[in-house]
Design a protein around this ligand. Sequence first.
Ligand SMILES: Cc1cc2nc3c(=O)[nH]c(=O)nc-3n(C[C@H](O)[C@H](O)[C@H](O)COP(=O)(O)OP(=O)(O)OC[C@H]3O[C@@H](n4cnc5c(N)ncnc54)[C@H](O)[C@@H]3O)c2cc1C
Length: 575
Amino acid sequence: MTCDIPNIYEYDVVIVGAGLAGLAAAIECKKAGLKICVISKIHPLRSHSGAAQGGINAALREDDAKSHEFDTVKGGDYLGDQSAIKLLCDRAPETIRYIENMGAVFSRESSGVIAQRQFGGQSKPRACYAKDRTGLTCLQTFYEQADRLGVEFCEEFFVGDLLFDADRNKVYGITAMKIKDGAFSVFNARAVLFAMGGYARCYEINSNAHANTGDALSIALRRGLSLEDMEFVQFHPTGLNPSGILISEAARGEGGRLFNSKNERFMSRYAPKKMELAPRDVVSRAIETEIAEGRGAGENKDAVWLDLTHLGEDLIAAKLPELRDLAITFQGLDMVKDRVMIRATAHYSMGGIPTDIDARVKRDETAAIVEGFYAAGECACVSVHGANRLGANSLLEAALFGRVAGETIAKDMANLTLKNADKSDAAGFMAEVDRLLTQNGNESVAKLRAELQKSMTKNVGVFRDQERLAKQKEIIKDIRDRFKKARLTDKSARYNTELFEALEFGHMLDFSALIVEGALRREESRGAHYRTDFPDRDDAKFLRHTFAALDKNGEVKVAYAPVDIGDHKPQKRSY
Ligand SMILES: Cc1cc2nc3c(=O)[nH]c(=O)nc-3n(C[C@H](O)[C@H](O)[C@H](O)COP(=O)(O)OP(=O)(O)OC[C@H]3O[C@@H](n4cnc5c(N)ncnc54)[C@H](O)[C@@H]3O)c2cc1C
């Protein structure tokens, strides 16, 4: 493989990521007349946004945004920043209209109004949906509109580095490699937006697409920037056993019930009022407790039953057709007449690249803004989900804050200068690729990745404790050393998937260390982060955001920043 002299391109704005957040931003930037380019390592329509099934929240009609706001603050166990949550909920109805005006067709009541289903932790049915293909409907619509406006796409380009002048505190572009032929490019830009999605692939049992490897997180981290609240990983209660493929919360929203091997509807012990519609962290812990205490179902007693049989074929065909297909394909069980086997699956990342409510990236816990750098969607942490995201709030976040990012960039553009990049700016990424292709040893990336994923599920999963977290820290160190001896067998330039998997694995290793360190230091239980050795929430010590970065020796350093508390003062959280 040859490391060619890189191509140099110049834009006002480079948007990395073509999911809902990236496309929403692209549409706004294009409307503002900016010269933009959207880069994606996969075809835009394969972005994980398209896999979202259940819905997108908004308080419509007789419902009100204040109630949506309270549910979101409480759902996030009071760690969410309340100005950002207020913005999310206030602009949610307008976001639904925006998506609909672009051409997305939501499911309707017979009266013609948009139908809404009940989701966990919400006091009203407020998830708007398109059957169980909500994300796909939105993604296709956004892509069509971006295309109609003439947005330029660079698809199958793998972004590997962020051009950041630390002294001037300024981002001025990215470097990428074309997957088809291995050619390097430098994209010089006044503004860069990261909208690169989530990272649950670092867990063995997860619901995410293969592309969700959190590249954005490690790229920012390696440039000395901090990440926020990385220890908060959401485990969705209903992943198909054993693959982890998602059965949307829509299944419980439409009336699905959970049973253990003794045929007990066990949620009555954990959330007597909300039952199956308690938030995800509560239901996931209940399921894993039932399994741990020997009441698991199935041959290996490592799952529980999700029962939809009482809903009838007509409702399932009308509202949950994809879910039925998934269970038939992966378990051979038909929801119309069979219960299906589920257990918790790593699903969503509450943490990420810290931003203010205008999508501008914060450099660290001081909240100083990095010039020319923006983040939105799942890779960002504007902290609307706090310690636990409520279902159907994430498509909303991606669509809304993607749009906000576009609006902010258009506003900031007059003050953003171009720092001319040249081919030497590609040196860092080229060296990383060269190292991977030439280093010699006997370790296999696939094997190391499996070790990381398995150990993350085991030691940093639904339940955590000091001993397991400390052990995981050592495991990551060991895997990191062995990764230096990994040998790739494919040295070619064309579609070298082995190389891209190795690059993605390097990213997973880097940010996983922050998940572990944040979890180790947070000696309390809050939202999705549950420490069996510290089972209570400790507001006095830990009502604060974790900011983690890497020091000069590659060790994780941790600092904290206050939570933005508004109208909703912390209370005990029960359902
Ligand atoms: C199975 C499933 C079901 C879900 N259901 C719901 C739901 O019903 N409601 C809800 O609110 N939320 C749901 N979510 C969560 C929600 O879908 C996501 O959080 C949201 O869509 C993320 O959008 P995004 O634009 O941030 O990222 P994504 O849609 O994941 O897009 C990421 C983009 O970044 C690009 N990218 C990443 N790395 C690189 C790189 N190195 N170089 C170039 N490009 C790169 C990718 O190519 C992709 O285009 C679900 C998630 C899953 C996994």
